[in-house]
Design a protein around this ligand. Structure first.
Ligand SMILES: [Zn+2]
Length: 471
């Protein structure tokens, strides 16, 4: 990752997905949270790359069959932490509860929360609504640990929905989105009112229905990374684990939490070399890579903390990991394109090692039962439709490997657990990529709109989960 002042956001557009896959396969550049391709009005496809000026010039000189448009150049002051991240503690050590925009619409939400404010906001919810919380058991490198809460249930078995945020440090505002959504639900419950997100309104009965799913929320999975990113504006992605770092390279600190889960983690074994030889988006063994996957599956306290929650709440059925920035909800799978014809073609079958990940080719595709596919596609479509209805921004459902594969990601881990171990509950895994595209650091106006969009998406996700159930 370069100096953010030297960074250009480039939209890369092509007539077909295969061209963008080929571009990603043959270039080691930063494709954001993960390489994705959105279909634009008119049918063309667009990926986003975060490149230096030198990388941009090199791309242009290749004369690829692409349209390359610069969407932003450098880091505008209005996106820097000094302008957008809260100072001090607006929640006064939990004496002031957070109020969401769905029950208290206003123009002065304030900045993006700093890590101390995130903890103070949770305390505020505890003091105002009496909700139970948990401290995660595995301390992070800087000793921050993690904290979450749960609402809507009585016993551990009553919790069926699980949200995480704050994984990739630079994807600012994810924890805020989650906390303000929970705050809206609790305010609606306590005061007998409904919730309004832009032009989408939910009744009090719907708020209670969403709460009845039993929601576990863990808003800041990567406190060390977020703290560092907010201090440095360095577009930091990983955690801050120094164990594999080289003394002369600051970028070699840290592990990509979302490549450290136990799902096809050993990518050199499980995937085709074509998808990792040049591009390291899938995962990397190089500590200097933004996708460094650690020294073993679950080597990182952050991933172990996320997984620990499944043990504490064993009936979780619906999981969503909140990321940015694109404008989509991703559904299974993320290691290759989906297929419903051949159950033997699946991630546990060693006969397909070395073949996975070539998304446009059908030599390997990941098995998902057709009825399961309809279910995960349907809930992603329903949640993104609500997000789009809020204020007119574009949101849609996409398969997680719509352009390029990932190894060791949280959503695939969630959906693979019960397939590896029949003793654990079935869980569907999703990733939200809240928008808008082209920037990890929202302006305050964009941040505020993100809170509203995500509120509607999480609300609709819970309502869909309640409609489908968990038996
Ligand atoms: Zn991300």
């Amino acid at each position: 990752m370069a100096d953010p002042s030297d960074l250009v956001t480039a939209a890369l557009r092509a007539d077909d997905l295969a061209s963008l896959f080929e571009l990603a396969r043959t270039h080691r550049i930063d494709f954001g949270c993960r390489p994705m391709a959105r279909q634009l009005d008119g049918g063309r496809f667009e990926s986003v790359a975060y490149v230096t000026h030198a990388e941009l010039d090199a791309l242009r000189q290749e004369n690829l069959p692409l349209e390359i448009e610069v969407m932003s150049d450098g880091l505008a002051d209005e996106r820097r932490a000094a302008q957008t991240v809260g100072q001090g503690d607006r929640f006064a050590n939990g004496r002031i509860p957070p109020r969401g925009l769905g029950t208290h619409p206003r123009q002065d939400l304030g900045g993006i929360m700093n890590p101390d404010e995130i903890n103070s906001a949770i305390d505020g919810l505890v003091n105002e609504y009496g909700i139970p919380t948990f401290d995660t058991p595995y301390p992070t490198a800087d000793g921050s640990g993690g904290r979450g809460g749960h609402v809507g249930g009585v016993n551990p078995d009553d919790y069926h929905v699980y949200f995480t945020a704050g994984v990739h440090a630079r994807e600012r505002g994810g924890p805020d989105n989650l906390i303000y959504f929970i705050a809206d639900l609790l305010y609606a419950w306590k005061n007998g009112v409904g919730i309004q997100y832009g032009s989408v309104s939910y009744s009090n009965a719907q708020a209670l229905k969403a709460l009845s799913t039993g929601i576990v929320f863990f808003p800041l999975v990567n406190p060390d990374g977020v703290r560092w990113d907010q201090q440095t504006d360095s577009l930091w992605r990983k955690n801050r684990n120094p164990a594999s770092a080289r003394p002369d390279d600051d970028r070699s600190i840290g592990v990509d939490i979302n490549r450290n889960y136990d799902f096809l983690w050993e990518f050199h074994k499980h995937f085709s070399s074509d998808v990792y030889q040049t591009n390291d988006s899938i995962a990397s063994i190089d500590p200097s890579s933004d996708q460094f996957h650690g020294v073993s599956p679950f080597s990182e306290p952050e991933t172990r903390n996320v997984a620990w929650v499944y043990d504490v709440f064993p009936r979780i059925r619906w999981y969503m990991d909140i990321h940015s920035a694109l404008g989509d909800i991703l559904f299974s799978w993320g290691d290759d394109a989906d297929q419903s014809n051949d159950p033997s073609q699946n991630f546990r079958n060693p006969g397909y090692d070395g073949l996975r990940g070539i998304v446009p080719a059908d030599d390997y595709r990941e098995w998902i039962d057709e009825s399961e596919w309809s279910r995960v596609f349907g809930i992603a479509r329903r949640a993104t439709a609500a997000m789009a209805a809020v204020g007119g921004r574009s949101y849609g459902p996409l398969p997680a490997a719509n352009l390029y594969p990932t190894s060791g990601a949280s959503d695939d881990y969630a959906f693979s657990r019960f397939q590896v171990n029949p003793a654990v509950n079935k869980c569907y895994g999703f990733t939200m990529e809240f928008g808008p595209p082209y920037h990890f650091y929202p302006t305050l106006v964009e941040f505020q709109q993100n809170v509203v969009d995500v509120g509607a998406g999480l609300m609709e996700f819970c309502l869909a989960a309640a409609d489908i159930g968990w038996t």
